[in-house]
Ligand binder design. Structure first.
Ligand code: TYM
Length: 332
């Protein structure tokens, strides 16, 4: 079966609806058709400053949420990135075939350094996409389910795979991005011109999977909508309303065109109120299941240990091949 790899950073107390609708909801059904590896990428989570105690807790919370949405550790390999040393090791090799200019063109890095200032941005943040390429290439993944914001990073992964294969012999699979068209970019409720983001959005701009239902409903009620009163899908003219329709449609499975009909002649208030309920119904069980996994951290850690063991077996083999091909003397 073809292989899938994807990752998510443990950089917040909860995943948000952008993470879920853009990427995670795709992770679950892929388990039926692909061999899947899903990774909590804690190495990536230290690139922009962090608190050690908080990181450790968030790593568990991230893993618990993945189990809660339906990642099945019997069928998929669910693990924590730092448990598999080969990620950092391959990242080093790949960084030596990545151009400085090439890495400098990554827009996510540029956006973040504009915000943080180039003296505060770390070298780790700069090489972040190379580590991401290592994550994917180590497992020779064919498909990588992500949101639109990761497209450029995926492009770099493809380039590095092709370059390595050309220079050292066919070693890596060239991975394809798997991006859901309708929900590739969920936007901020308060600022519908930007994506919903763990790092950039205000608390009212994001809906967290682990939010209290009443809190999510309130955020949706205060979402920025547009002038005019018609509920129609028009991302250019009406990005706020369109975002609410996208979220509604993805969570209920109702096509957007049907929603437009349902809300004909009705006001934004109705849409927001009903969407609040839809979100609450969707998140409540995830919240409960996440808590249940967190109530037994020893069991959770055991699941992650099993995942790491399986991941290491695949990763170490690829890394050995890479080390051999680049000419490192075997350690005896
Ligand atoms: P991260 O942790 O920022 O986000 C996890 C996933 O959520 C998607 N996403 C969104 N999709 C739609 N709308 C949004 N507003 C939105 N915000 C986030 C992201 O595209 C992502 O798929 N670099 C990655 C983590 C990573 C990775 C990897 C992914 C590390 N190594 C290897 C795939 C393969 C990241 O920061 O995702």
């Amino acid at each position: 079966r073809p292989r899938v790899f994807s990752g998510i950073q443990p950089t917040a107390d909860s995943f948000h609806l952008g993470n879920y609708l853009g990427a995670l909801r795709n992770w679950v059904p892929l388990q039926d058709t692909h061999d899947c590896l899903y990774c909590v990428v804690d190495l990536h989570a230290i690139t922009a400053g962090h608190d050690p105690k908080v990181l450790r807790q968030r790593t568990r919370v991230a893993a618990a949420q993945l189990l809660a949405i339906g990642i099945d550790p019997e069928r998929s390999i669910l693990f924590v990135q730092s448990h598999v040393p080969a990620h950092a090791e391959l990242a080093w090799v790949l960084s030596c075939i990545t151009g400085f200019g090439e890495a400098s063109r990554m827009t996510q890095f540029k956006d973040k350094t504009v915000k943080q200032g180039s003296d505060r941005a770390s070298v780790g943040l700069f090489t972040y996409p190379v580590l991401m390429a290592a994550d994917i290439l180590l497992y020779r993944a064919h498909e990588v389910p992500v949101g639109e914001d990761q497209r450029q990073h995926l492009e770099l992964s493809r380039d590095l795979a092709q370059r390595f294969n050309r220079d050292y012999g066919k070693t890596f699979v060239v991975p394809e991005p798997y991006i859901l068209r309708d929900t590739a970019k969920i936007v901020d409720l308060q600022d519908p011109t930007s994506k919903m983001s763990k790092s950039a959005s205000t608390p009212n701009g994001i809906i967290e999977l682990l939010d209290e239902p009443a809190r999510s409903a309130k955020k949706i009620r205060s979402a920025v909508t547009d002038t005019g009163r018609e509920i129609v899908y028009d991302p250019e003219q009406k990005p706020g309303v369109s975002n609410l329709l996208t979220i509604h449609s993805a969570l209920t499975g109702t096509p957007v065109a049907d929603l437009e009909k349902q809300y004909e002649g009705r006001g934004y208030g109705d849409l927001k109120k009903e969407l609040g309920q839809v979100v609450a119904d969707f998140t409540a069980p995830i919240r409960e299941r996440t808590q249940a996994y967190l109530d037994d951290p020893a069991e959770l850690d055991k699941v992650l240990a099993v995942g790491a063991e399986k991941a290491r077996q695949i990763a170490d083999q690829t890394l050995r091949t890479v080390y051999d091909r680049v000419g490192f003397l075997p350690a005896r």
